[in-house]
Design a protein around this ligand. Structure first.
Ligand SMILES: [Zn+2]
Length: 256
């Protein structure tokens, strides 16, 4: 029963994430106007705007015209629903679940915006940094996952400085921008959320995933080394590895 609740809640937040993914990069207000069909501009009725279900009933089409709705809407709602369920499954009804649910919504929005537009809006990274820090003052925080506020503050600073240094050196050496300050703010937010230890681990896994993604396209020459790729999605995937396997990784590191 509670799983169904989390599934529905997650799909609704997934639906809200879709609105943010479309509107934030265009600097349009998120809550001002109701959704309308991009082609015929007809306002979408509430019963055609039900997460997941409407997409299946309407078979990807606008009810008024034959406009094909982007498959990404469905994917994002499904990711929202399943991540809410997964978090509840692992952490139950707890403050940790609430925090991770909020984080997952931010992650979904940032992932898809950076993937398409190569930007990470400050409207997302600043609140995420702020939340990551103030949650450290909650008295009975899960100590396995979340750091105390000193560790959180150091994490935030270290996360920002590492990417800032990479950008700075890259500019000096190759006179080009490899990453953006959006990446620095995102990693800073991760540092605030999970403490300084998480920063090098997240960078390590993000780079591994990014390399394994880019390497095949280098071989087929559809890309070259100077082709820009958005790094934000990889930071998010690296963070997921940390959240899921962090304890084991730390145990492994400290056993040496
Ligand atoms: Zn239409």
């Amino acid at each position: 029963m509670i799983f169904i609740f989390f599934f529905i809640l997650g799909s609704i937040w997934g639906s809200f994430s879709n609105v943010c993914i479309i509107r934030l990069p265009k600097e349009q207000g998120v809550a001002i106007s109701r959704s309308s069909c991009p082609k015929c501009k007809k306002i979408i009725r509430w019963y055609d705007n039900i997460p997941l279900i409407s997409f299946l009933i309407l078979k990807r089409k606008c009810r008024n015209c034959d406009f094909k709705i982007n498959f990404q809407y469905f994917i994002v709602e499904l990711i929202g629903a399943s991540s809410f369920c997964l978090i509840y499954y692992v952490y139950g009804l707890s403050f940790t679940t609430l925090l991770l649910i909020v984080l997952s919504v931010f992650f979904i929005i940032i992932y898809f915006i950076d993937l398409e537009h190569y930007i990470i809006p400050n409207e997302l990274t600043f609140p995420l940094m702020f939340l990551g820090f103030i949650k450290s003052f909650y008295p009975s925080l899960d100590p396995e996952l979340f750091p105390n506020f000193v560790n959180s503050l150091i994490g935030g600073i270290v996360g920002y400085l590492i990417i800032w240094t990479i950008i700075f050196l890259y500019k000096k050496i190759r006179n080009k921008e490899g990453m953006g300050l959006g990446d620095a703010k995102l990693l800073s937010a991760i540092g605030f959320w999970f403490g300084w230890v998480s920063v090098p681990i997240v960078i390590f896994f993000s780079s591994i995933i990014a390399l394994s993604y880019v390497a095949p396209t280098l071989v087929t020459r559809s890309r070259n080394l100077s082709t820009q790729i958005p790094f934000g999605p990889f930071i998010i995937l690296g963070s997921l590895v940390y959240i899921i396997l962090g304890d084991q990784i730390k145990l492994l590191l400290f056993s040496f």
